[in-house]
Design a protein around this ligand. Structure first.
Ligand code: AN7
Length: 364
């Protein structure tokens, strides 16, 4: 009787969220209030059609981080950043964002009973992300400028006023995000050969590397992966080696010209003997459609840069390699791009509401 009850209870409780699951690897104490939406524990899904395109008997998986509570990997860092802000007595947080950070900051701040201010580039945030920030109850400030300008402003505001900055320059963000690497190793039993990741501010590529190194030191994996970072060609400051004043790409999440974690991202790439490569919007959209129509996986355009990148540099892949591509955000974040860039012959409108008319269009 007691046993049945406790089993039932543990099933009901389920996954506890990242701070409890990886407590001993994270900078938390008994005093830290845990602000969680039970983020993390996202699936690592095989994508055989992508592996087939690469060839060489490789295995390719995608880390579906769009299945986090607010639909992106940002929740991994936000659970820790907001918990630590609450522990320190913060009443409000602020961030600049291309969309996902604002959605995540808003959700976790409100859950912690704090105010959330988010600065976004006016007109360049995907619809789903804007909808989230508004409904979660953030103060949304759209500036007539791009993400890089918004980040400069929030850094200054957080210096001058009593509000905590939760962009990835806040060290707790990357500490939380490194759990993505822990989960990959926990699932595969070791690190992969390659970790492919889209790069905007360079925070995630840095955090994954931190996670793999920490797990390696703890004896949880025998090897370390090459970190393969991919930027959109119109927003590729790291690849080009200089800031881009007016970044442009269909992948609005990574429309960033002056990455906050530039130096750390390059250090991770060098230490892991990986690389940074640019992918065109056309290549991003091809991978985006391929993942959806061949694998049933709907990610946002920026996330597809990881798969587009893998396909672009597939000639460098060692035979039999295990590769993980991080899909950082959910496809529903950006319905406009999905509708605009699906194949238009798939959507037939104005059909008469009769069986005969429908059957005729179906080709019967
Ligand atoms: C889906 O939300 O910068 O290289 O303000 O939303 O760690 O910046 C988002 C970045 C990749 C790039 N994929 O990660 C923001 C923001 C998605 C993203 C990135 C972002 P970083």
């Amino acid at each position: 009787m007691t046993l049945t009850l406790s089993l039932k209870q543990s099933k009901l409780r389920g996954w506890p969220g990242l701070l409890e699951a990886y407590r001993s690897y994270l900078p938390v104490t008994e005093e830290t209030p845990v602000v969680t939406l039970q983020e993390g524990n996202t699936p690592l899904v095989p994508v055989p059609s992508i592996a087939h395109q690469v060839g060489r008997e490789v295995e390719v998986f995608v880390k579906s981080d769009g299945l986090n509570p607010t639909g992106s990997f940002k929740d991994r860092g936000m659970t820790l950043a907001i918990s630590k802000a609450k522990e320190a007595g913060a009443k409000a947080v602020i961030c600049a964002s291309t969309g996902n950070t604002s959605a995540s900051a808003a959700a976790y701040a409100r859950r912690a009973g704090m105010g959330a201010f988010v600065l976004i580039p006016d007109g360049y945030v995907a619809l789903g992300k804007l909808a989230q920030a508004l409904l979660y109850g953030a103060e949304v400030l759209a500036i007539k400028g791009n993400f890089d300008q918004a980040l400069e402003i929030v850094r200054d505001v957080a210096d001058k006023y009593p509000v905590t900055l939760v962009n990835s320059v806040n060290p707790y963000r990357l500490e939380g995000q490194k759990t993505g690497a822990f989960e990959v190793v926990d699932t595969l039993g070791d690190a992969p050969d390659w970790l492919c990741v889209p790069v905007g501010n360079g925070g995630n590529v840095t955090a994954y590397w931190m996670g793999f190194c920490q797990y390696h030191q703890a004896g949880k994996c025998d090897r370390l992966p090459k970190m393969m970072g991919f930027q959109a060609a119109g927003a590729a400051p790291i690849v080009k080696g200089h800031p881009i004043a007016t970044p442009e790409t269909v992948a609005s999440a990574i429309r960033i010209g002056n990455p906050a974690s530039w130096g750390k991202a390059v250090a991770a790439q060098q230490a892991s003997q990986g690389s940074f490569t640019a992918v065109s919007d056309k290549e991003i959209l091809e991978a985006y459609r391929l993942l959806a129509s061949n694998e049933g996986i709907f990610c946002e355009p920026a996330s597809a840069a990881s798969v587009a990148g893998l396909l672009k540099v597939k000639d460098q892949v060692p035979t039999g390699a295990k590769i993980v591509c991080v899909l950082t955000g959910h496809g529903l974040k950006d319905p406009d791009v999905a509708i605009k860039h699906s194949h238009n012959n798939q959507f037939q409108q104005g059909i008469e509401p009769t069986v005969d008319a429908v059957a005729a269009v179906m080709g019967f």
